[in-house]
Ligand binder design. Structure first.
Ligand SMILES: NC(=O)c1ccc[n+]([C@@H]2O[C@H](COP(=O)([O-])OP(=O)(O)OC[C@H]3O[C@@H](n4cnc5c(N)ncnc54)[C@H](OP(=O)(O)O)[C@@H]3O)[C@@H](O)[C@H]2O)c1
Length: 216
């Protein structure tokens, strides 16, 4: 598939490199054009760079990987309010978490993902990839103790969720659908806990591991 990448930082680098390696076409854009150009060159595999509006128009899917304070303004600059993402799937990996006290910056009862959905008229946002560090997404594939990484995702639209499943599977991971987009609130809150644990020197595996899966 064709994937427009908004953001030229660590997450875009990790995910777009893996997707390009899996045969997808990638166009990278960001606030700093030189950084986007450098990233496209590093990704190789025919990856291109362009403007935010070109990234929005490029494919059926757009990854948005921007520091949380710039996510909505970046979408606006890409033309989200005028329908630049109409009919497209937006993959939101962003964490609206203040590093310092590790709290959500979003008001209670909503999520960054839902605010993105409201802004990007006609799009379908899927929240995914926000729970693991960029270094995990660089792994080929992310496997721990012989088990592939499971990736929870949330979205309202069946076709967009199917695209997210494909993109997760292409990383060698296992997709886990957790419900509609409002469930992004929980994924974002979970990230606040995980990031706090990591910054505090704790090993999140020892917090979240279960001895045996709970039967369905
Ligand atoms: N890094 C991780 O391990 C990780 C893991 C899971 C989720 N996330 C989430 O993924 C997103 C991207 O993280 P990252 O580590 O890739 O970030 P990053 O490397 O710091 O930068 C990503 C992009 O954000 C842009 N940016 C920063 N502030 C901006 C602003 N105010 N307005 C517009 N653009 C701005 C940067 O542009 P410039 O090049 O111009 O600075 C860059 O293109 C974040 O929301 C983060 O919470 C990160």
């Amino acid at each position: 598939m064709k994937i427009g990448v908004l953001g030229a930082g660590l997450m875009s680098d990790a995910l777009a490199t893996r997707w390009a390696g899996a045969g997808h076409e990638v166009l990278v854009a960001g606030r700093t054009p030189e950084r986007a150009a450098r990233l496209a060159e590093r990704i190789g595999a025919g990856a291109r760079h362009g403007t935010l509006r070109e990234a929005a128009a490029f494919g059926d899917v757009a990854l948005v990987a921007i520091r949380h304070e710039g996510v909505l303004s970046t979408l606006r600059d890409a033309g989200a309010a005028e329908g630049a993402f109409r009919g497209k799937t937006i993959i939101d990996c962003n964490n609206p978490v203040e590093v310092g006290d590790f709290t959500l910056v979003t008001p209670p009862g909503t999520s960054l993902a839902e605010r993105m959905q409201d802004l990007a008229v006609g799009s379908n946002v899927v929240k995914a990839f926000n729970l693991c560090q960029a270094r995990v997404w660089e792994m080929t594939p992310p496997v721990f103790d012989g088990r592939p990484l499971a990736v929870p995702f949330a979205g309202d639209d069946a076709a967009s969720n199917a695209l997210a499943r494909t993109l997760i599977t292409d990383l060698g991971c296992v997709p886990v659908e957790i419900g509609a987009l409002h469930r992004a609130r929980h994924l974002e809150a979970m990230a606040a806990i995980v990031i706090g644990l990591l910054h505090g020197g704790a090993d999140p595996h020892t917090v979240f591991n279960l001895i045996t899966p709970v039967a369905a």
